[in-house]
Ligand binder design. Structure first.
Ligand code: ADP
Length: 379
């Protein structure tokens, strides 16, 4: 009988996992609210229910050998009760526990001697603490993604202008890191403790949203080793079974600080679908289904992954723009099939494989792709 893997969530990450599940001979079950969610077309069975619906997750767990997550917005206490009834979550709930809250993530990194930006808890209405200077960064401790819930505050006026809706939200105050680059790395680990680290990438954020990622990052061997060691150290010490993404800041002095840990597949690892021997999605499945782990090595000298972000409210499928992208040499277009575009929504991504790892050339490719996708060249 095929091994049955359940996924809580039916968005683009589950969609990309779906194709890999089929190749690996796994049966895929989904829990997702809408029949037109991206991953539904890839699944063998779907439980149509909100991802927070724990009764539905109980059913999912009954049908599956192992259940995994598309995002970390989960209710650990409620899921914990299912573990008592035999549900097998990978990664485990104990692994997830310190990673659901940005403040807890910082504490966790410090416990393992991993550098992070200076931080402390904060509430709307608090003054800037003694010894702190603008700019600072304010973040919702939970449920932030794609820059939602993150505010870079340049001065007192920006602090005063924060939305009043933040009152009552648990916040994290953080020093602004004038980073030279942003880096990211995916790391997978299985039950027997085997670890695979993907090539380190450089990500380009605009207004706190990832626009593209370049693999491999043009960094020194020393920095690459620092990042890889952090990834291994975290995977091991946290007891990862599955995959996680780590976002980092690289300073001009060569210091590496962890910004965020995503306990799942991540946008910065999408390049691996086309550019690596084993993709992050296949690796996640291999790790949680106790299959032999693959090889994350790059198959090309370089690769660029560009997010296709919505730039308007529309029901268009953007077929003409997609055709332009498909014609771009060595491109692979991944269109998530979401119903409806809105500004900033991730509608798809393009990976371009390259015979060079030259960062200027790879950046030029990313900008070219953006010019083909966005109506204005300065998008
Ligand atoms: P999200 O969880 O929404 O992805 P992040 O905490 O990763 O939010 O922040 C999004 C982006 O905001 C980062 O990729 C980075 O560009 C910027 N940012 C976040 N924290 C800092 C910081 N302490 N210093 C400088 N820039 C930051």
């Amino acid at each position: 009988m095929k091994q049955r893997v359940g996924v809580i969530g039916g968005g683009q990450l589950a969609w990309m996992m779906g194709a890999e599940a089929r190749s690996l001979g796994l049966e895929l079950w989904l829990q997702t609210p809408n029949a037109n969610d991206p991953a539904v077309s890839q699944a063998d069975h779907v439980i149509l229910a909100d991802v927070q619906d724990v009764t539905a997750t109980g059913k999912l767990a009954e049908h599956c050998d192992v259940v995994t997550f598309e995002n970390e917005f989960v209710d650990l206490d409620a899921l914990g009760k299912l573990v008592g009834k035999g549900a097998s979550f990978r990664p485990t709930l104990d692994f997830l526990a310190p990673l659901l809250d940005k403040y807890d993530q910082r504490l966790c990194c410090e416990r393992f001697d991993i550098p992070v930006p200076r931080y402390q808890t904060w509430s709307l209405g608090d003054r800037l603490p003694e010894g702190w200077q603008y700019p600072v960064v304010l973040k919702a401790r939970r449920h932030g993604y794609d820059g939602k819930g993150t505010f870079v505050l340049k001065d007192q006026a920006a602090l005063a202008a924060l939305p009043s809706a933040l009152a009552g939200t648990a916040l994290l105050l953080e020093e602004f890191i004038p980073f030279e680059r942003e880096l990211a790395v995916m790391v997978a680990r299985n039950l027997s403790g085997e670890i695979r680290v993907f090539p380190v990438v450089e990500t380009q954020q605009i207004d706190q949203v990832c626009h593209w990622a370049i693999a491999p990052a043009a960094i020194s061997k020393t920095v690459a080793e620092k990042v890889t060691n952090i990834a291994r150290h975290l995977a091991q010490n946290l007891g990862l079974v599955g995959i996680m993404g780590i976002e980092l800041f690289l300073t001009a002095a060569g210091e590496v600080l962890v910004n965020e840990i995503a306990p799942r597949t991540h946008n910065s690892g999408h390049f691996s679908l086309d550019a690596c021997q084993t993709s992050q999605f296949a690796m996640q499945l291999q790790a949680i289904a106790e299959l032999p782990l693959g090889n994350p090595k790059l198959l090309t000298a370089g690769a660029v992954m560009v997010n296709l972000l919505g730039f308007e409210h529309s029901d268009s499928d953007y077929i003409h723009r997609r055709q332009l992208l498909i014609q771009f040499p060595n491109s692979r277009v991944h269109w998530y099939g979401k119903s409806g575009a809105s500004p900033g929504r991730k509608l798809g991504h393009v990976t371009v494989l390259s015979e060079t790892s030259n960062p200027e050339q790879l950046t030029a490719i990313a900008k070219h792709i953006e010019r083909l996708w966005y109506p204005q060249s300065d998008a």
